[in-house]
Design a protein around this ligand. Sequence first.
Ligand SMILES: C[S@@+](CC[C@H](N)C(=O)[O-])C[C@H]1O[C@@H](n2cnc3c(N)ncnc32)[C@H](O)[C@@H]1O
Length: 233
Amino acid sequence: MTEKIIKSADRVKDLGEVFTPKRIVNLMLDQPEITAKINDLHATFLEPSAGEGAFLIELLKRKLQVASKLSKSARTFNTNSLIALSTLYGIEYMEDNVEMLVMNMVTTFNREYECIVQEQYNDKPNQHVEVSAKVIIQANMQQGDTLKKINSEGDPIIFSEWKDLGSGRVQRTEYTFESIINQDGPTGSVKGATEEMDLFADTGFFEDSKTEEPKTKQYSLCSWINVYRQKIE
Ligand SMILES: C[S@@+](CC[C@H](N)C(=O)[O-])C[C@H]1O[C@@H](n2cnc3c(N)ncnc32)[C@H](O)[C@@H]1O
């Protein structure tokens, strides 16, 4: 089947909207420095012009494979699959693309997760994992203008930090995208990437977060598989 890489001539002209063919995505992700980051379960990626998810979907598949290699039981994989998913962030300007992006991420996660649980651990998929995965995807895939750092409502783009606390627990905190990329330290690479509209950036996103001012909301501590139940503190 041929891949559709263009929706319309106007969209190519106005937005530079040309989707990347799978073969090229794989070639790019096979670069050793990218592979090294994929193999690090906690390393974060930001796709600042995500489209329908050409890169994020392939990153998700690869990260889930890494999560499965690190997991001796289905129970550990339940947590590690959500940790892997939580490291992937995307921003996309066009609302129809965002809808497809979220749907593609949900479908890919569920399919790969179920396949690994059944084939590798001979176990049943856990519904809590799939509902929590959807919450993480909806939080991490944001509609907006990466350069202006706002969404179509004019509100700041907000991202969640998912801090893995060990023992299957997570702390979610929301920050504005603006505050994340304006901090010093490893996130300087994000700033460069977004200004140039690179295809994706390995961010180290929240690793040096300054915790006072940029924080907008903090959620109660919970287990990864119960992220969908998490309440704002
Ligand atoms: C060349 S396409 C690439 C899409 C995807 N990365 C891929 O490889 O298939 C560029 C995408 O960036 C989006 N875009 C353009 N300007 C943007 C902006 N300022 N902020 C966020 N997304 C933007 C377009 O809508 C389009 O989906």
